[in-house]
Design a protein around this ligand. Sequence first.
Ligand code: HEM
Ligand code: FPP
Length: 293
Amino acid sequence: MTQLATARMSARSFYALCKPRVTALIVFTAMIGMFMATPGMVPLQTLLVATVGIAFASGAAAAFNCLIEYKIDAMMARTRARPLPTGQLSQMETLLFASVLGGLGLSMLYYWVNPLTMWLTLGTFVGYAVIYTVFLKPATPMNIVIGGASGAMPPILGWAAVNNTVSPEALVMFLIIFAWTPPHFWALALYRREEYAKVGMPMLPVTHGEQFTLLHIVLYTIILVVVSMMPFGLGMSGWLYLAAAAILNCVFMYYVVSLYRHYSDALAKTTFKYSILYLSLIFAALLLDHYLV
Ligand code: HEM
Ligand SMILES: CC(C)=CCC/C(C)=C/CC/C(C)=C/COP(=O)(O)OP(=O)(O)O
């Protein structure tokens, strides 16, 4: 293999460590947090540096997660092809990469955005890479309810980057992702339950069974519906957001209630995929409403 081809392959492996699609949505919600924080335009430097800084920190957190879990990843079909289980990258390369990327991201936030954003991002990083991955995930089926707080932080990070403070509006966006995470993850955990059982991860469908998990998916989706009305209720968003949220909520409720009534792996997969579309569109609706209405 030529040197160029080897370099390209390594770059692709390092990129894969960052769980790029999850990180993309995380960064998207952080950017919406920035736009929502001001009635005008976000200063260009803040927009660029905070976006890159948060993306680096999120990618580094994902890379640490890959490092900590590489033995488990090797045993599951969904994660078997990741760079560590396949031997494309070593543990040392991953550790170095994650440290440099995370250090770079946090430094950018500290020096060019503000220290508050850096500290909040560091807390988010530790919350996911250490508290969730090391302690909660192998210990309790409520792992993602608590660990989900990390995934919900990005709009707060975006808001803090612009306003150097945390306000109720930012907390409302946090709550939307926080309530969304359990249905998002448990839909996947249901159709992947055998794999989680095999590696000894106490996910809710493994420890408490299908019906209990389905009930909790429905209950958290009801909480999500209520929470997603808060931007309108608090006067943060207008009719455009309300209409979009109402449609997105009806579809989500339809999926989770159908799943509750007649479970199938195929429908669980569709519900999981829809959860990602839901979060992308509800945050896009916040943004459109903010500037158009
Ligand atoms: C603790 C909280 C969370 C858990 C346990 C979780 C779990 C998962 C898992 C296991 C997958 C992999 C699906 C697969 O390989 O087929 C996944 C995919 C995904 N998650 Fe989450 N997630 C969480 C939070 C989030 C958050 C906060 C976001 C974004 C804001 C997010 C966005 C996504 C996206 C975009 C995908 C699709 C990735 C792809 O297609 O490769 N997740 N999630
Ligand atoms: C600093 C910052 C902004 C951090 C963001 C935190 C972050 C990356 C949250 C994402 C949550 C996520 C990828 C969960 C996947 O679950 P899992 O790790 O259990 O999934 P797996 O089985 O696919 O490894």
